[in-house]
Design a binder for this molecule. Sequence first.
Ligand code: SF4
Length: 321
Amino acid sequence: MSQSPVSPGVPRPTLTVLLATPRGFCAGVDRAIQIVEKAIGKYGAPVYVRHEIVHNRLVVERLKALGAVFVEELEECPPDRPVVFSAHGVPKTVPAEAKARKLLYLDATCPLVSKVHVDTGRHFDAGREIVLIGHAGHPEVVGTMGQLPPGAVTLIETVEAAEAFEPQDAANLAFVTQTTLSVDDTAEIVAALRARFPQIAAPHKEDICYATTNRQEAVKTVAARSEVLLVLGSANSSNSMRLAEVGRRAGAKAYLIDSAEELDLSWLAGASVVGVTAGASAPEVLVQGVVERLSQSFEVSLEEIDAERETVTFKLPRVLA
Ligand code: SF4
């Protein structure tokens, strides 16, 4: 199907676009990006960043243009330049290595991820066996498991794994979770653990963060009214992927796209209502790009669908504040 704008004089088909609110940047992502920008401002370029600061292509490309250099391991950082740790958090060995090499480092770990690290350590100190609900290989999971010695944390990804889990001491268990999981899937895994281990210690307040929870709530409302859902976010962004999944379950055909250029208008064939949202690491400019692209081919009527208003902000590290 052609993706070019309609010809002048030809009436454009109408399209209702529902914008999910909240969407896009959360407080942790905003803080992490500011840390890189301010570090470049204070120390000059280049500033090294261990792992993508947040999982978004546009954000990473923009920071590269400002002077950030993204690397996967500390050994790639020269001794005389600052290094920033990404919002996902790092295993304890990383700051230890930075100290040993006398590197100037700035920790952009989201405070809500740091809270999970603290809770994990507390459970360990109390002698509990710890279950982490999360996705293998995600940097946040690597960071949380890396707060403790190898073998201290068991990763559980599914209800089946929760049902098969054989702890060493069933009466002395605790669980924590990755912050960017599906609220509904996690509730099922937690229920499976609680059914088998009623005494399992749980977080005081959900580890799934406010931003993930709010964006999933908002997208449920929008997707239930939409034939197609467009989620702005990168394919390696956990919370963006979860938004597409939640949208699909709510009945929409959901597509995860990095930008308006990836939008294939054939996906919209026969649709009259399209929902749009963005993962917590995706800037609003990407949403506006999609609205503009749709407006070239349709008579767009925009509707903001409000779920929750967010007021959370996090302080910058003192050295940059
Ligand atoms: Fe922090 Fe949640 Fe944002 Fe991750 S998604 S950076 S945990 S606020």
